[in-house]
Design a protein around this ligand. Structure first.
Ligand code: HEM
Length: 450
């Protein structure tokens, strides 16, 4: 029997609350481990394999597009999407005081989602029964997301106030809502295109022109926007930033929607220009590139954490700027590929490495990050690997500097080591006893001085 305390009009069952919190943490840990698994093998190792093949052939044209799309899908949905769903279930369920069945729904969503993403990857690689397994994977993914949206959709924005009052507290919810709509649009488009491929295609790969548009949904319409939302929620406190400009973030969202619309119409220059303007507005609104006005919260993480968040936003601007140049000058996919990886590795992955290692240990049962030094190493390696990748992809693919071809596999291996160190650090963190149960004096529980 749980201890009950009468408070005001209702009563609080503390035992039930503790069990619910433990259930939420278990659920989140499973989502996180699943995301890491997708990131490592289906995502990164296949990406490295593809890049080594491309560097060997000196062209991306001879590598099977189904394999390239399997890599991209595993990274965007298998890793980033899985993390977003897990964190979304955890934090929105807590904030919204949603009933007990939310945890059961989270498990249903996880099962549908994981099966869908795994099926998509395997189908693209091995082609077994692909004509019906490909659309089946898209249905499963969409159902996984719908269960999430139906579960968390009812909670109230007022619960998410930041230190900056109602407007600052709501704009992050607007961004997360817009990113969730982008997530839904991405999976709906994916469903339609996989059905089309199954009915009329020669293989599971989506055709190049259509895939270019789909990738805009998969990046600019969904994870980028959700990361802006989480940035508005957490960065003012974590980085000690000056007060946000919520109107500028709303403008960034509106311009970004216009950019996505332009890309869907095939107006690539207008789309690139809109993404550049939207990224600039987002950085201005968050004041992330300005100085901290309060000490950043770096206890327990690597002291360069605030620097890497700023580097991520510089990558966002670079990615958008390269997309403008791609619309003007791309001949062999090098500028588009470089823009995409500046966005996915430089911006998204750096943000997930930085913010993930900052918040996930606490969310998963008040644990302490296994190694702040590993966190620093993962971020430095990612930055170096991404820089080499973006520079050499432009130079080699576009034939401006063919001597850069041998650097591409080097960049891939550096990025692979970075993601492995990141995954190892999180897995070791999750496998340790929570700090409050272990006692802070025990070996291994070191807090890095602020
Ligand atoms: C070790 C790191 C990585 C390597 C070696 C790698 C390699 C590749 C390669 C070779 C391609 C083919 C197109 C091109 O040549 O640019 C590609 C495409 C792509 N990658 Fe990566 N990648 C890495 C990390 C990531 C990450 C972390 C993400 C997302 C979070 C990502 C998302 C994508 C996407 C969306 C595509 C486009 C797929 C498509 O054409 O449908 N990659 N990657």
């Amino acid at each position: 029997m749980g201890a009950k305390t009468g408070l005001g009009t209702g009563s609080v069952d503390y035992q039930a609350l503790r069990e619910r919190e433990a259930g939420l943490q278990r659920m989140l840990m499973v989502w996180i481990v699943t995301g890491l698994a997708f990131m490592l093998l289906p995502g990164t190792f296949l990406g490295v394999w593809n890049l080594i093949a491309i560097a060997g052939e000196h062209t991306a044209a001879r590598v099977d597009p189904a394999w390239i799309q399997a890599h991209g899908h595993a990274q965007i949905f298998g890793w980033i999407g899985t993390f977003i769903l897990g964190i979304g279930f955890y934090s929105l369920t807590k904030m919204g005081r949603i009933p007990e069945f939310a945890i059961a729904r989270a498990w249903v969503s996880w099962a549908l989602w994981t099966l869908g993403v795994a099926l998509r990857w395997a189908t693209n690689l091995w082609l077994w029964q692909w004509r019906w397994l490909l659309p089946a994977s898209a249905v499963l993914e969409l159902c996984g997301l719908l269960v999430f949206l139906m579960t968390v959709g009812g909670h109230r924005t007022g619960a998410g106030r930041t230190q900056q009052g109602a407007v600052g507290g709501q704009v992050w919810m607007i961004a997360v809502g817009a990113g969730s709509a982008g997530f839904l649009a991405s999976l709906a488009a994916n469903l339609i295109l996989t059905f089309q491929a199954a009915l009329t295609g020669a293989g599971p790969a989506v055709s190049h022109g259509v895939n270019q548009r789909l990738l805009v949904l998969f990046t600019w319409a969904f994870p980028v926007v959700i990361i802006w939302g989480f940035s508005a929620r957490w960065l003012p406190v974590f980085l000690g930033l000056a007060n946000q400009r919520p109107r500028a973030l709303e403008a960034a969202l509106a311009v970004n929607v216009a950019g996505v619309g332009a890309a869907m119409a095939g107006w690539w220059l207008a789309a690139g220009a809109a993404f550049l303007a939207a990224s600039g507005l987002a950085a201005v609104s968050l004041r992330v590139l300005g100085p901290s006005v309060r000490p950043p919260k770096i206890i327990g993480v690597h002291p360069a954490f605030p620097l890497f968040v700023r580097i991520a936003y510089v990558w966002l601007l670079i990615a958008a700027a390269i997309s403008v140049s791609a619309a003007l000058w791309d001949r062999s996919g090098g500028l588009w590929g470089a823009s995409r990886h500046a966005l996915t590795v430089g911006f998204m992955s750096t943000m997930v490495f930085a913010i993930g290692q900052r918040v996930l240990p606490a969310f998963c049962g008040m644990r302490i990050l296994y190694s702040p030094r590993w966190m620093g190493a993962s971020l430095w390696l990612l930055a170096v690997g991404c820089f080499l990748r973006v520079a050499s992809e432009i130079g080699a693919y576009e034939s401006y500097a063919p001597f850069l071809w041998p650097l591409l596999p080097v960049s891939a291996v550096i990025e692979m080591i970075a993601v492995t160190v990141f995954a190892g650090n999180l897995l070791l963190t999750l496998s340790r006893t929570p700090a409050h149960l272990a006692g802070t004096g025990s070996a291994g529980w070191r807090l890095t001085a602020a």
